[in-house]
Write a protein that binds this ligand. Sequence first.
Ligand code: GBH
Length: 522
Amino acid sequence: MKIVAVFNYLLSFLIAYWNTESVAEDEFIYGQFPSYFRWGIGTSSYQVEGAWNLDGKGENIWDNFTHSTPSPIKDGSTGDFACDSYHKYEEDSKLVKSIGVDFYRFSISWSRILPLGTKEKVNQAGIDYYNNLINSLIHHEITPVISIHHWDLPMPLQNKGGWTNEEMIEHFGDFARILYANFGDRVKQWFTFNEAWVICVMGYGDGIFAPGVKEITETPYTCIHTILKAHAQAYRIYDLEFRDEQQGQVGITIDSGWLEPSDPNKLEDIEASERALQFKFGMFASPIVFGKYPDIVRKSVDERSKQEGRSTSRLPSFDKYWTDYIKGSYDFIGLNHYSSYLVTSASSDPGPGWYGDQNAVTFQDPSWPETGSTWLRPVPWGFRKVLNWIKNTFNNPPLIVTENGYSDLPDVGLNDYGRIEYYKGYINNLLKAVIIDGCNVRGYSAWSLMDNFEWASGYTERFGLHWVNFTDPSRERIPKESVKYLRKVFLSNGFPKPTLPWNSIQLNEQCAAVALDPDTSF
Ligand code: GBH
């Protein structure tokens, strides 16, 4: 196994060397991913499961947030029933299989396993549910990949301050240990957290996500600091208690768009781009790779804290113990990537806390196509750029793209050609990053298996490869056009060059709109 890995690693450099000519930003290339590359599709517990109060599940912060009045959710909806995946896991496994992927990335509802958040009370019905799901996936030859925490923190833990309370490190470790012990015989890939930036800045800073805390100045940093420690705790528990026997891997998922200098020839904009990337991705990657926050982040928050007349920095520091504990606490890094932004440095103070500290203003080019989400415009070349930035900044760490996806424009229904175009461009740029640039990406998971509860937007934004009828109690799932397209890309491990004779090339009629361009036969 090891020799194969080393060989593949060296091979990737050779391939990179052979492909030295550069490819224009928007150019489509044919080619396939390395044989070790794996494809997946994802969901998260609160977004799909429903069954919010069934079979002994406890209340979590998203239950609480969506039930509050006035509703903080755009359409006033909740995840109480969502896609009813709690009852439809068999069907979900079959849907996953139909997309032609190798793995399914899903998350565990902490309150379903530990209704009070702590290890004192384990809910067997919760363990049973995930055992059933895992076994069903394995039955369909799909590898289960677990995100331990995708935002749905148990309410009793939030009542103790949630991620602002260092006690959470212990509780998260206990939760992870219970998962490894129950599912680790069959689950070999674990991600501790999904997008801690969103939890800490949107949940404890802006307050537009649960738990709805609006304390932008200091609290997001306290939250980030605790989560990094909790991540390391879960990683070290795996190392000490499970790795020998289970032989799995543990990582963390970090989200980042690409931040393009607004004027690529202006030093100020180039510096603002670097700062913004460090404040987003580097904030988490730098501690786990190098054992400290990025220098630029340290300097900026320390200086601004001083200017504010504080005696200590708003950004806490890791002591020697925690530095050693956190440094190296990853077997791979997960990247969630959706879109790109232009960035300039702020002319005046862009705001308090994290926003002002990064001293950057981000916006999108209105000429980039629109989607169903205001923050998401397709910029396929940005994907290649962020992958290269990660490669160059963090010594080319093993990377899994844990999320990448597109939300439909209104009334698109099943004819989601915009999504097909999106995936074609993004996966093709991923291919360039891997086979031309030598980025160490091992797998890719699209978001999402089906339309689901899209957080503060409720059911108004659809990211699914399957369309879900949310007014039908049976929550029927219907494949959109993009399923056929992605299945073809996944099963052919990329975009192999079509070979003669012409009639052996099966152009998918439904994809005709996209296939008009000869390059889009994939
Ligand atoms: C992912 O986050 C999540 O992991 C996943 O659960 C979610 O379904 C998916 O994105 C699609 O959104 O409304 O203008 O305030 C991606 C990062 C951070 C992007 C929050 C949207 C809200 C912007 N997301 N952001 S806005």
